[in-house]
Design a protein around this ligand. Structure first.
Ligand SMILES: Nc1ncnc2c1ncn2[C@@H]1O[C@H](COP(=O)(O)OP(=O)(O)OP(=O)(O)O)[C@@H](O)[C@H]1O
Length: 242
């Protein structure tokens, strides 16, 4: 399946009367790895929820592949910062879910789910329930589950936040390897500028008043871009920083 383009068009996103983003314009090209950064509370997770189909815009539009998003779809897999695993299912049975949706026959699911868990370094944890895993291990199960579904878009909200530096580097490599084989559009939220520049083709910094910075990441990012990202992150009033 080909990667999906995603778009927010003059979108107003929020909760009840509380508008978090107003008139947000953002285009995510099919197959692009877009990193989204921004100060706490600026609406990064809210934007991901809208792309996931968990939140409808109260104004404007949010589309995937040119079609209005009306709800969740296995085409768009989510990896949350918090735990989103089914607590009563083992790690392996959680990873089997998207395989079932993909139509993988029951007897093949078990082996494929175990394989994905091995790829995230959890071969020994296949039978454990989420509560028997650490926060970092649960994040890795979520990653395995998302990748196993071969989604056309991956929506990732600080997916490696609970990992130590070494495991985080291994998961970053795994993600890039899997994408090289099975391209997908990625929207990846992180607070970590190094991670943003390492993974992203493009980085967007959201501010209080929409997009504060939108820049392509060169193959060998230099200190200039890093400084621009840091400046945009520090811009409290949300003025444009270019
Ligand atoms: N379920 C909800 N109901 C009401 N308000 C919410 C809800 N979820 C988030 N908000 C509010 O919406 C705003 C944006 O939240 P969001 O989680 O999108 O920010 P964020 O940029 O992802 O922040 P962080 O970097 O801290 O994760 C915040 O003011 C938050 O308090």
């Amino acid at each position: 399946m080909s990667p999906l383009s995603l778009r927010a068009e003059r979108a107003t996103l929020g909760y009840g009367d509380h508008a978090v983003c107003t008139g947000l314009d953002l285009d995510v090209r099919a197959g692009e790895f877009l990193v989204v950064a921004g100060p706490s509370g600026c609406g990064k997770s809210t934007l991901l929820r809208a792309f996931a189909g968990l939140l409808r815009p109260s104004g404007g539009a949010v589309t995937a592949g040119g079609e209005t998003i009306t709800g969740p779809s296995p085409d768009r897999a989510l990896v949350f910062q918090d735990d989103a695993l089914l607590p009563w299912r083992s790690a392996r049975r959680n990873v089997e879910l998207p395989l079932a949706i993909r139509g993988v026959p029951r007897n093949a699911r078990r082996a494929e789910a175990a394989e994905w868990l091995a790829r995230v370094g959890l071969a020994d944890a296949v039978r454990r329930l989420p509560r028997q895993l650490s926060g970092g291990m649960r994040q890795r199960v979520q990653l395995a589950r998302a990748l196993a579904g071969r989604p056309r878009a991956l929506l990732m909200d600080e997916p490696f936040g609970a990992l130590d530096a070494q495991t985080r580097a291994a998961m970053q490599r795994l993600l890039l390897d899997v994408l090289a084989d099975a391209p997908a559009t990625v929207v990846f939220v992180t607070h970590d500028v190094d991670e943003a520049l390492l993974l992203g083709d493009r980085v967007v910094v959201l501010g209080r008043r929409g997009v504060a910075l939108d820049a392509d990441v060169p193959a060998a990012p230099d200190d200039t871009l890093r400084a621009r990202v840091l400046a945009a992150l520090g811009a409290r009033t949300g003025e444009e920083v270019r």
